[in-house]
Design a protein. Structure first.
Lengths: 509, 509
């Protein structure tokens, strides 16, 4: 293990020198591809514009079908054999391009559904009516008119729309890479299978695997997902965090009561919840839930070196986020990502704002989540959280407490697990397939990629990856500041264009 | 002081024996009034029904004017001299009934505006379309049809409407008392001034006092407000809690960020807020804010005896509220009311429910309130809370923090005081006017009233009472479980009918 990790830590240097030794063929190829992209910006961007113009909230079945139909057409135009594969969840769009003589098959995964939208929170009228801006909205960048009539697009311009980054841009980049390679006379080196998921993380794909096994097996799986490193360098990730969420509700009086009449006497559930949540972390931000970090172990010096090689710029990030210090002064960002994280995603009790009535609320709820790592399975972690809540004196229920329960327990917490838990996973960074991808991207892009041991972005694919059996590697190509889980999602166009080269690299490796 | 308090503790027994020595005149008077009420239930209830049918949210100026016009008519029908008195806030409805030979003037205050409504939360279609039920909604009581055609009303029936209890029922009870006394040939003993406030607690009345001094002075002020004791016994209160509120916002990243990518590194404001709030109380529910209880002092044995004489039934209350134990095991409810109380009225961060996005929220806000007592002025208390927040390591701001502030302080709390703070106040329970009211109610109702040293209900009248200069005494007549600050406000009709006798008592004392 130590040897493997020493090699992992060294890989970028070795490959970098290979690249800098001027692989003339690769440089020629890259130049041809860049010329193609430069002269086809309009077609590439407009294909994405058309794609993000179709709403893609997972629950919106009609529009999901419209997305699937367009995606199938897009694949067909590149001569893919295509099929819509039905699942228990939204349909998969499947395509295959067989390459004469190829002995290797890639399975390239992306998802075409998008995060839920709260249109009121967006700065544009409609998250599915894309807006081009001359930079970041947060920097005051103005909207650019005439999106459909432009021929050239500055790499710093941004397209604002739901799924612009997550995850439609990588799909468009993949197909543009196929086009660019063909136009440049460069052959694909592998058979390519594409599977576009209509409900990322919902498990429809994993459940459907036995049925579609012959269409979904491959030697390497590539996941097009998540943000590239903020440095702007190409990025490869070998694992991702998993995820679990639970709603925790603490109870006060059955009906909100006047705080003047009963303050100091009727328990306040918001304070109870605050105390419960406060019990979960120490002053230094370490989680106090018993066993929370079990299994993670200490990283070796070699592992630490791999993390240290990631060119994070904490000062820039802190400035961007408007924070004076990270939550844990003892961890770099990459170190922080190797550990499970406890996050409070939402709090709610009573009504803030306006002339809220003067009450002790009847309940207070927190939406708690844990970002898991490979070493911390979801079920065990949920049990540990519940054990912690119990250890704070709470009687745990899983539905509304009845009168008898209320009369017996002074502290009641309702814990409802959300159905979306997913395991973290990781492919060894020195697996041959991992090295092959790293080498191909290094060669094509002319610089060593940033190698990420554990990516923060949720890619809830552990069940499918396990069933499918091939090593899985993530190719994140979009800008890190894309707001993909919030309002005003956006794509920096330079990342779209560079992403095409990254994908061309793996198609020809 | 000790002597006065010993007398206070003894007063109910002395007066009770006076009453039981069969004040024949009072018993005859009471019987006549009871007959009047029994035979006029329909008119009394329908007058209230008409009054609560006019919406009375303080901000709804047009309807506030309609309320004022109806109230003025109602006073005129009882031969009051009336006037609408304009203030900086909503108008006052003023009326005066001069009594030949009277040497004392009562100023009777009530308010005709109601708490804000959230119609969706109500079980009836419209909070201003009253519904009669055969009991408590929470006990499954059904709606009774034909409200306007009924002649008899069971005392356990309830009228559901905004302001049914707070504060329109006492106004109707007062006027019914005037009618009943007249019909029974019983003379008023005092000149009566009535002032009906269009925005309780907003300070319009206090600010207008200098202008209307000649209409608003009196020897005794009676406030018709708040719930009678749950025991069902007549109730007199000599003081009330005050009130202050502040929004406290703790900051995370400038824009919500993905918790997978940044969990363990970007601070979570919801956890920060939870820790801050948790720091404010100890395990036994005592407030840890430095100086929070300053000035309150220890109650003497006599004072404790007065509190102990209140026939609270903690077991019944706990059952009603569905709580297993009070928040402070060392305090009775009456003891709890003598202390300032720290309450969290609302919490908000991110979005609970649905498919909330996967983020570290940008901020978390608590609506904190303190229920003050006479000994704890609002300004000093707000300063103490802010000092506590500062002592937890927070840099306090009063508007959104700018980039420079964010970069300098790892913990930032925005504190915004709400404009509605009000002082607690108290009239000495052994003041002659207090004794006179207590004796009159005891005589009329035939049982000693419950004497409340400090009532929880907010009656934000300290500035007016101070300016006006006469002792102020609260006569709470409505049922305690009236939901007056929440949805489904209701009035138990038996309390309306008994309230008429209570008011007749003070009109003839």
């Amino acid at each position: 293990m130590t040897t493997r990790w020493r090699r992992a830590a060294g890989i970028s240097l070795v490959l970098a020198s290979t690249a800098w030794q001027a692989d003339a063929l690769a440089q020629d190829g890259r130049a041809a591809l860049e010329r193609y992209v430069a002269s086809h910006q309009r077609a590439i961007v407009l294909e994405l514009v058309d794609l993000v113009s179709i709403p893609n909230t997972a629950a919106d079945s009609d529009n999901i079908r419209r997305n699937a139909a367009l995606l199938r057409d897009m694949l067909r135009r590149r001569s893919f054999t295509t099929e819509i594969l039905e699942t228990d969840s939204n349909p998969l769009v499947w395509g295959e391009l067989r390459v004469p003589g190829a002995t290797r098959t890639l399975l390239i995964w992306a998802h075409y559904d998008g995060q839920p939208v709260d249109p009121k929170a967006w700065r544009q009228a409609n998250p599915f009516n894309p807006v081009l801006r001359a930079g970041r909205l947060e920097d005051g960048a103005k909207e650019l008119s005439g999106l459909r009539s432009l021929d050239k697009f500055d790499p710093n311009w941004r397209l604002y729309a739901r799924s612009a980054s997550d995850d439609k841009a990588p799909i468009v980049a993949l197909l543009a890479a196929v086009d660019a390679l063909k136009a440049s006379g460069m052959a694909l080196s592998s058979n390519v299978r594409v599977v576009l998921d209509g409900e990322a993380g919902a498990g429809g794909l994993a459940a459907a695997f036995p049925k579609y096994r012959d269409k979904l097996t491959a030697n390497v799986m590539l996941l097009l997902e998540g943000p590239a490193h903020p440095s702007g360098r190409p990025t490869i990730a070998f694992g991702v965090r998993g995820y679990l969420a639970m709603d925790v509700t603490v109870y006060g009086p059955k009906v909100a009561v006047n705080s003047g009449n009963y303050g100091n006497w009727v328990p306040n559930p918001a304070l109870g919840l605050a105390r419960l949540l406060a019990s979960m972390k120490d002053d230094e931000g370490r989680v106090l839930v018993d066993g929370f970090y079990d299994g993670v172990g200490t990283l070796t010096a070699e592992e630490q070196a791999m993390l240290a090689a990631v060119p994070d710029e904490p000062a820039s990030l802190m400035k961007l986020f408007g924070i004076a210090a990270p939550v844990r002064s003892d961890l770099s960002l990459q170190q922080a990502l190797q550990l499970p994280a406890l996050n409070i995603r939402a709090l709610s009790s009573g009504v803030i704002g306006g002339d809220a009535t003067l009450v002790i609320p009847d309940r207070a709820t927190a939406l708690l989540e844990v970002r898991l790592v490979k070493e911390t399975p979801a079920k065990a972690m949920a049990d540990k959280l519940m054990a912690h809540i119990g250890a704070q004196g709470y009687h745990i229920v899983h539905s509304e407490p009845d009168d008898d329960t209320r009369s017996r327990y002074p502290h009641i917490a309702k814990v409802v697990l959300r159905g979306t838990a997913g395991a973290g996973w990781r492919t060894p960074p020195l697996a041959p397939e991992a090295q092959m991808v790293t080498a191909a991207v290094t060669r094509m892009l002319g610089e060593p990629p940033v190698l990420i041991r554990t990516m923060g972005q949720r890619v809830n694919m552990a069940p499918f990856i396990e069933a499918m059996g091939a090593p899985a590697i993530v190719l994140p190509t979009v800008n890190f500041d894309n707001n993909q889980t919030a309002e005003n999602e956006n794509l920096r166009l330079g990342h779209l264009f560079t992403g095409i080269l990254t994908l061309a690299a793996v198609l020809t490796m």
